[in-house]
Design a protein around this ligand. Structure first.
Ligand code: FE2
Length: 322
């Protein structure tokens, strides 16, 4: 910082002389900013995008030959949003990844402040996640939570490879800075007890029963929809949406960032002027404030992961029919 005195500042004759003086003392003229700091509606910085499970699964099978979990903390493929300059996030606050664990493998336990969850795609009996010492079976279409600072690791005692989708709020933690990470002191939680009824797991069997009993969403935005948890995690809410054959959803936009993963069926999501044709295991990201609808001529189930709880607690959650 320069040593300009109050007097020297006060005697500045012109704006052209004032601006460089301001720069030397760490001030900027609010009336002369190069870019505005306020605007009327969201900028929609992140574009919508689509990832195909078939491609990711092929790549994970190659990675299974090429890298083992001794070298990699996790064998996963990150869904990197195509926003220019982005190298990690799937949306502003969320990241998703496809992950695979081979028979006989164990992925070391660790804990971190980011909240995480996974949607199981393909797994045979014997694939499991350990959360705080409880061993949870991973069955296709189950959702398993590992909240902020819970110890967690994965293993596969089965005969086939286990594949799932991870969802985390790491980009939000990057924005806010409260990142902590710790490897488990024993590396693996060896004495884990089986706990199929854990509060950290939403079984597909239960979810299907709840969907069968649920009325259609009156807003028309979500088909028939049940929430997993209330919310499941401090920063992320989770929903299963069943789209009946031939029925589409009504268009809307929300300030919440949303990831849709396909649990069953085929269909299309139209996000503003883009159209994404999806099938089981695919992911579509609908970033903040993008109008979107889903179409599933033969019916489908979508898993919706959103940052609604974070937006809501901060007072920033808005949505509207469009
Ligand atoms: Fe983790």
């Amino acid at each position: 910082m320069s040593a300009l005195s109050q007097e020297q500042m006060a005697q500045t004759a012109t704006l052209e002389q004032l601006y460089p003086k301001l720069a030397t003392v760490g001030l900027g003229a609010g009336w002369n900013k190069p870019t505005p700091s306020l605007w009327p509606t969201p900028h929609k910085t992140f574009p919508p995008a689509h990832w195909r499970y078939a491609q990711a699964k092929g790549a994970l099978d190659a990675a299974g030959r090429l890298i083992n979990v001794e070298l990699a903390e996790r064998r996963n493929l990150i869904l990197i949003n195509p926003l220019e300059g982005n190298s990690y996030a799937t949306a502003r606050t969320l990241v998703a990844a496809y992950q695979m664990i081979m028979p006989g493998e164990k992925a070391r336990s660790h804990r971190h402040t980011p909240n995480a969850l996974r949607l199981v795609l393909d797994a045979e009996p014997g694939t499991y996640t350990i959360v705080n010492g409880a061993k949870l079976p991973m069955v296709p279409n189950d959702v398993v939570l590992t909240p902020n600072w819970c110890w967690h690791g994965h293993g596969n005692d089965g005969k086939g490879c286990g594949y799932w989708l991870d969802f985390l709020d790491v980009p939000l933690v990057h924005l806010l800075d409260p990142m902590f990470f710790e490897p488990h002191p024993q590396e693996f939680e060896d004495n884990a007890q089986e706990a199929p009824q854990s509060p950290f797991i939403f079984s597909w069997a239960d979810t299907q029963r709840r969907l069968d009993a649920a009325p259609p969403d009156p807003s028309g935005r979500h088909g028939t929809c049940v929430e997993l948890g209330n919310p499941a995690l401090d920063t992320m809410a989770l929903y299963m949406m069943r789209l009946l054959p031939g029925t589409g959803t009504t268009g809307y936009r929300t300030t919440a960032n949303t990831l849709y993963a396909v649990v069953e069926g085929e269909g299309t999501t139209n996000v503003e002027d883009q159209s994404f044709a999806w099938r089981r295991g695919d992911v579509v990201v609908v970033p903040s404030w993008h109008r979107h609808v889903h179409l599933a001529p033969r019916g489908a189930v979508l898993f919706r992961v959103t940052d609604e709880p974070a937006m809501s607690r901060l007072g920033f959650l808005r949505s509207e029919a469009v």
